[in-house]
Every structure is written in structure tokens, then in C-alpha cells.
Unconditional design. Structure first.
Length: 515
């Protein structure tokens, strides 16, 4: 179990570390071939917040050079965070699971109309809290992103100083997006924006230099008044895949501004999961498939083999509305910090969804898709899910295998009892074997894989994890051998790093790198 002290440090109010400090190596050695900066994003000020996804964004940087590690961290100066800081803790906009406190019915109605109008029109009235992911840019800066189009901020890599909000000028509609753009071999990015109501997915390809986007497909929402919430996408060499769970954005819940059981989501398992397969070159129709109901946050990879398209995902076991209620409740701050024994984090697993490319399926748009091909349920990629605590999240692979057939997936697993994913796992998806690494009382952050230079082996490299010590007083940078999960080195930062979602590594020799 992660200690209460560690959990409070992860989900409290983190302090900035503006000037770099050198971490003290306390065990082994940090490989000297690691040269560059790992920048991780996530919430850092949870004052008054109700959900894991609601903390105000902070970027935390680890700079590796010559076997040494240097740390720094700074808040992103978004409009929402600046207002929160200057107003003595008053929220400007609703976050995922925390509504803006109101004093009367008229104010409640005004806030609701403002939010729905903002999401529908893409106006600057939704949160710009860019707290989920980091994208390196060609000019040497980085982009902090979240799921509204307002939440995109350019940041100086060297100082972590917020430079400016990025706003696209290419006219592509949509107010929502994913915080998981995928990079293609030519350097371009693919993702989608989401327009609603009476809209859908605008799948686009983005130039890495100009950042101009070009729509390559449009997929109409199956419920015109209630779009689905999709957190991540997958990309193979030829296709972009949208796995759409039956988790619909509940406009009625948003309008009420009340703390609903599922936040702003409505779980409708009777409608099943919809899977869209989009040709990356923009040619041909979007193919549509149906699958049994499943919920997921993150994909690991997708690849094509033998006439099939395989998508590896970390999916939950949620089926009923009660299951979904428990899953969302697990991630509420009150539950994470609870000292009441018994209630643990819900189960999830690494699984593979297989799509027959040779099968004729329905064309996704415009209009409804009444007779899409039904897929088999995703199959587990672990032969003993109990060996990793019946939990899998934040999956990652060797980036050289992105879009290609892979054998290994690393990610967060669980050493139960626990209210958080607290361990690291290595999945061999061919054999089903799983290795784990865990430190009692501490919290191991999501691992980041770095391949060893010059090695041809898929699992040759290291995993970097930020581990919150059981005391909650400091975080440590732990480097594991990715093949064996044996600890190679550890360095103490001397200050606590808050809970992190996603990260990007920018090598010192990257074009335009200013770190």
C-alpha cells in the first residue's frame, strides 16, 4: 500500500523548483548514455479539487547529462491557473470532476450555459488547464496539451517558462481533442478534433513545422446530441484507429453543474463499442466495426499482420453502470486519500483488439452505421493477471516499434492492496509472462522507455520512473534495466514531484533542442 504521506504529496499542492538542482545518486549508477531531458506533465495543485484529472498543470523536467540528473518543475501559467492563483483559490472553469462553486440558481444556470456554449462553439470559455501530455516541437520548444482546444501552451524547454497559448489558424472545426497525438515516420502528427452537437470527429494530419492541419477524414457522431469521450487513439503503418467506448458526454449533467456519479459521462453499454479505421493517406472510406462494451484510457500500439489490424489497449473490466461508477470513483481524491481499508483501485488489463481488414464493413459517414461488423472481445495478453495485481495502465513500447509488430509492453501495474497503480510491469505479449518491480510504501510513477543506442534487441534500454518515497518528503529518479527490471541507478531529487500522467524525452542532439 502506498503510504498516506506519499499519496498526500502526490495529490496536494506542489512547490515550484525554478532553478535546476542536481539529484544525489544514492544507489548504483545512472547510465551516462542517457543525454537529454524527460519532461512530464500532470496536475500539481489539487486545492479544492475532487478528481485525479483536475489538478492545475505543472511540468517537471529531469535533465540527464554524463551520469548525472538535474531536476526542475514549474506551473503552466494558463488563464485558469492564473485566475485561481490571483483570486485566492477561485475556479474560473469546470475541470473534469470538479464544478465551479456557485451561490445561487441564477449563477449555476449561467455557468452551465457558458460551459456548454464554449464546448459547442470552441470559444475561450472552457478550461485551458494543459495538464495531460507534452509534445516536442521542431523549433526546440515543447507544447503542453490537454483535451480542449484551448489547452495548448508553448513552453521553453530550458527554463519551463510558459511562452504563449497556441491557437490554430487553419479553420479546422472542433472544441475537443485528445492529448495523445501520434507521430508518423515523416514527423507529421495525426489526431482528431471533435465538434458537437451535430458534429463528429475531424481526423487530421499536422505539419510538424508550420503546425497547420489538414483534415483527412470526418466521422459523424452516432448520437448527434451526445458525443463519446475518447482519450487516446492508435496508429499502425497505414491506419489510424479510434476505439470509441459507449461513454457519452452527458450535456444534462454539465448543465446541472452537480457532482454526478460519472462526472460528465453517461455509460450506455447497450450501444457497445464502435471502432473506426481511418486510412492515413486519406484515401478510401473509413471502415466501421462494432465491439462489446469496453472502457479504456490508453493504447499501447497498433500493427497490421496477416490481414488483421491489432490494437493493444489497457482496458477496464467495467460493464454495468455500477462498474463505471466504481471506476470513476476510484480516481476521486477523497478515495485516493482515504484510510478506510477494503476499497481498492478497479481492475484493468492489457488486451488485444483484432480487426479483420479483409472484412467488408460499413462506411462511417455521413449518417448512421446500422450494420457494422461485430468484433470479438479483446483478449488478455497476460496469462496470469493476478501476478500484476489485475491492473495495467499507462502502457508504452520501444518507440522504434510504433506501428509495427511488437513483443514487449511496459506500464503501470499494481501491488495490492492499493488505491493507485503503484508498480512497474513488463509484458511479453507473445508468452503472456509479466515481470514486476515494486517498492513497499512508495509510489512508482508511470515508466518511460528509452532504447539503448545501437542495440537491435527490442527490450534493450532503460525505464525511467519517478518514485515518491514512502515519507512523501522527496521523489527519486529510478532507472531500471528494461529487459530484467533490475535497478541500475537511483538519484534523490530532494523535493517531491506530484503525480504525473505523460512525458516526452527530448535528446540533447534533437534538432532545435535548447535544453
Amino acid at each position: 500500500m502506498v503510504t498516506l504521506e506519499a499519496r498526500r504529496a502526490l495529490f496536494g499542492r506542489a512547490s515550484e523548483q525554478v532553478n535546476e538542482v542536481e539529484a544525489e545518486v544514492t544507489n548504483g549508477n545512472i547510465p551516462d548514455w542517457i543525454s537529454g531531458s524527460l519532461v512530464a506533465n500532470g496536475g500539481a495543485d489539487y486545492t479544492g479539487m475532487q478528481h485525479m484529472f483536475d489538478g492545475y498543470a505543472m511540468l517537471c523536467k529531469l535533465r540527464f547529462s554524463g551520469g548525472r540528473v538535474y531536476g526542475s518543475q514549474r506551473y503552466i501559467q494558463s488563464k485558469t491557473f492564473s485566475h485561481f492563483s490571483k483570486s485566492g483559490g477561485k475556479m474560473l472553469h469546470r475541470e473534469f470532476g470538479t464544478t465551479v462553486p456557485t451561490s445561487d440558481v441564477l449563477q449555476t444556470a449561467a455557468e452551465a450555459l457558458k460551459l456548454v456554449g464554449a464546448l459547442a462553439a470552441g470559444q475561450d470559455m472552457a478550461t485551458d488547464n494543459a495538464s495531460v501530455n507534452v509534445t516536442p516541437l521542431a523549433d526546440g520548444t515543447i507544447m503542453a496539451v490537454s483535451e480542449t482546444m484551448e489547452s495548448k501552451y508553448k513552453v521553453d524547454l530550458k527554463t519551463l517558462l510558459t511562452l504563449k497559448k497556441h491557437q490554430y489558424k487553419d479553420g479546422l472545426p472542433g472544441s475537443l481533442t485528445t492529448a495523445h497525438p501520434k507521430q508518423l515516420p515523416d514527423g507529421s502528427l495525426v489526431n482528431f478534433t471533435h465538434s458537437f452537437p451535430f458534429g463528429g470527429y475531424h481526423v487530421y494530419r499536422e505539419d510538424p513545422v508550420s503546425l497547420n492541419r489538414k483534415q483527412i477524414a470526418f466521422i459523424r457522431d452516432r448520437d448527434p446530441g451526445s458525443p463519446c469521450w475518447v482519450h487516446d487513439i492508435a496508429v499502425s503503418m497505414n491506419y489510424l484507429v479510434i476505439v470509441e467506448p459507449p461513454a457519452f458526454i452527458d450535456l444534462a449533467a454539465i448543465m446541472s453543474l452537480k457532482e454526478a456519479d460519472l462526472g460528465f459521462l453517461a455509460w450506455r453499454p447497450d450501444l457497445g463499442t464502435r471502432v473506426y479505421v481511418v486510412p492515413l493517406n486519406g484515401s478510401g472510406p473509413v471502415r466501421t466495426f462494432n465491439a462489446p462494451p469496453l472502457f479504456f484510457f490508453h493504447t499501447a500500439n497498433a500493427y497490421e499482420e496477416g490481414g488483421q489490424l491489432h490494437v493493444d489497449i489497457a482496458c477496464s473490466s467495467a460493464q454495468s453502470p455500477k462498474d463505471m461508477f466504481n471506476l470513476i470513483k476510484d480516481l476521486r481524491i477523497q478515495n485516493i486519500l482515504s484510510t478506510v481499508p477494503g476499497k481498492e483501485i478497479s481492475r484493468s488489463r492489457l488486451a488485444r483488439l483484432s480487426i479483420p481488414l479483409g472484412t467488408t464493413s460499413s462506411d462511417a459517414g455521413p449518417g448512421s452505421v446500422p450494420e457494422a461488423t461485430l468484433l470479438m472481445p479483446p483478449r488478455s495478453l497476460s496469462k496470469d493477471e493476478g501476478s500484476h495485481g489485475h491492473f495495467a495502465e499507462f502502457p508504452c513500447i520501444n518507440p522504434s516499434y510504433s506501428g509495427l509488430k511488437h513483443r514487449y509492453v511496459w506500464g503501470t501495474v499494481a501491488a495490492r492492496p492499493t488505491k493507485l497503480g503503484n508498480a512497474i510491469g513488463k509484458f511479453d505479449v507473445e508468452t503472456g509472462e509479466v515481470l514486476t518491480w515494486h517498492e513497499e510504501g512508495a509510489h512508482a510513477g508511470a515508466p518511460f522507455f528509452l532504447p539503448s543506442p545501437g542495440s537491435a534487441n527490442e527490450d534493450a534500454g532503460v525505464l525511467i520512473s519517478v518514485v515518491m518515497k514512502a515519507s512523501g518528503k522527496s521523489s527519486q529518479v529510478v532507472v531500471l534495466d528494461a529487459a530484467t527490471l533490475v535497478e541500475l541507478g537511483r538519484a534523490d531529487l530532494g523535493y517531491p514531484v506530484p503525480y504525473r500522467f505523460h512525458a516526452a524525452f527530448i535528446p540533447d542532439n534533437a534538432a532545435g533542442s535548447k535544453a
